[in-house]
Design a binder for this molecule. Structure first.
Ligand SMILES: Cc1ncc(C[n+]2csc(CCOP(=O)(O)OP(=O)(O)O)c2C)c(N)n1
Ligand SMILES: [Mg+2]
Length: 342
């Protein structure tokens, strides 16, 4: 869908520029990560967010610093949108000691308590009850802060999904459930494994207000998020947003993509959220081509710097291998390393 010029008019040039910058930063960061994976600098799993940038950027742009985010394993882009340092994220992918999780988590466990970015979870839907726990704490504390629980379409048939939605509804928790429906869970199409493919309707079954949004349109995503957050902050309980989106690359770097037609991927690539947003900014007279090129150039430098930083950083010392695995005991020498939220 084409970004509407009318929607753009109500947003400042500075804010539009920030949205564009973040989407391009995520795109180039992920492309650089893919390159580093191919060069053997990054090992293990690597799930890229390319194609889905408008969702994370749109939603997170509307959050406050005191809101929390819990996400799945395709989370580098969301971490960037939340303002985590791209250098420290890249270093985490490299498994380096300077990484956001000190190189002990890797791609699926990006975490930064100072940004209230609570991870990066590998177990599909497993983080949804955790998000409810944080929201329960927020409610008891009497704040109007919100917890965002980001999930994929593959999460909606898991027990934890239903338990989390039910509890959030019963306790009127301040949770925004954000489902990134990219139509596939690994190599399985949503339509093959789900009796109902209208995901947002499942939330209705729990009495939770819900709607779909065009996840390829950053402005639409931001607008609908804003409306949802207003209701949640007023104490009206959870909200469920289903963003229709598409991942342009495979599930992970190891995916031969035998389950979908190239023509389908090409079709969605025509609707590239960065391209459509850039076109709208130019057509609406907010930016010219030269200004957009400057953004790409600035991002290029930042991404190169992130890769250089990660490459030059040391691996964690082997003596730290079991740190943070168990609750602290008096025997732990946490002083030498400092807490994770330092
Ligand atoms: C409980 C559980 N079951 C199975 C898996 C294996 N698995 C990893 S990713 C994935 C697909 C999830 O798809 P989706 O939620 O749509 O997210 P997407 O990869 O599309 O972003 C599966 C089944 C897992 N990690 N956790
Ligand atoms: Mg999916």
């Amino acid at each position: 869908m084409v970004v509407s010029e009318r929607s753009l008019a109500s947003i400042s040039k500075e804010e539009l520029g920030k949205l564009l910058y973040q989407m391009i930063l995520i795109r180039r960061f992920e492309e650089k990560a893919a390159e580093m994976y191919a060069r053997g600098k990054i090992r293990g799993f690597l799930h890229l967010y390319i194609g889905q940038e408008a969702v994370g950027v749109g939603v997170i742009s509307r959050l406050r610093a005191d809101d929390y985010i819990y996400s799945h394993y395709r989370e580098h882009g969301q971490a960037i949108a939340r303002g985590l340092d791209p250098k420290a994220i890249m270093a985490e992918l490299f498994g380096k000691a300077t990484g956001v999780s000190r190189g002990l988590g890797g791609s699926m466990h990006i975490f930064d308590i100072s940004k209230r970015f609570m991870g990066g979870y590998a177990i599909v839907a497993g983080h949804m009850p955790l998000a409810c726990g944080t929201a329960l704490a927020q409610k008891h504390l009497g704040t109007d802060a919100v917890t965002v629980s980001i999930l994929g379409d593959g999460a909606v048939n898991e027990g934890a999904f239903h338990e989390a939605l039910n509890l959030a509804a019963v306790w009127k928790l301040p949770v925004l459930f954000l489902c990134e429906n990219n139509f596939y869970g690994m190599g399985t199409a949503m339509s093959r494994v789900s009796a109902s493919t209208d995901i947002y309707k499942r939330a209705e079954a729990y009495g939770i207000r819900s709607e779909q949004v065009d996840g390829m349109d950053v402005i639409e995503v931001a607008k609908k998020t804003e409306q949802a957050l207003q209701l949640i902050r007023r104490g009206e309980g959870p909200y469920f947003l289903e963003a229709i989106t598409y991942r342009f690359r495979g599930h992970s770097m190891a995916d031969p993509e035998l389950y979908r037609d190239k023509s389908e991927v090409d079709h969605w690539r025509q609707n590239d959220p960065i391209k459509t947003f850039s076109d709208a900014l130019i057509q609406g007279g907010m930016f010219n081509q030269g200004e957009i090129e400057v953004v790409w150039k600035k991002v290029e430098e930042e991404v190169e710097e992130a890769a250089r930083f990660a490459d030059e950083s040391p691996f964690p010392d082997v003596s730290t291998l079991t740190n943070h695995m168990y609750a602290p005991s008096p025997l732990d020498n946490l002083q030498t390393e400092g807490p994770l939220d330092a």
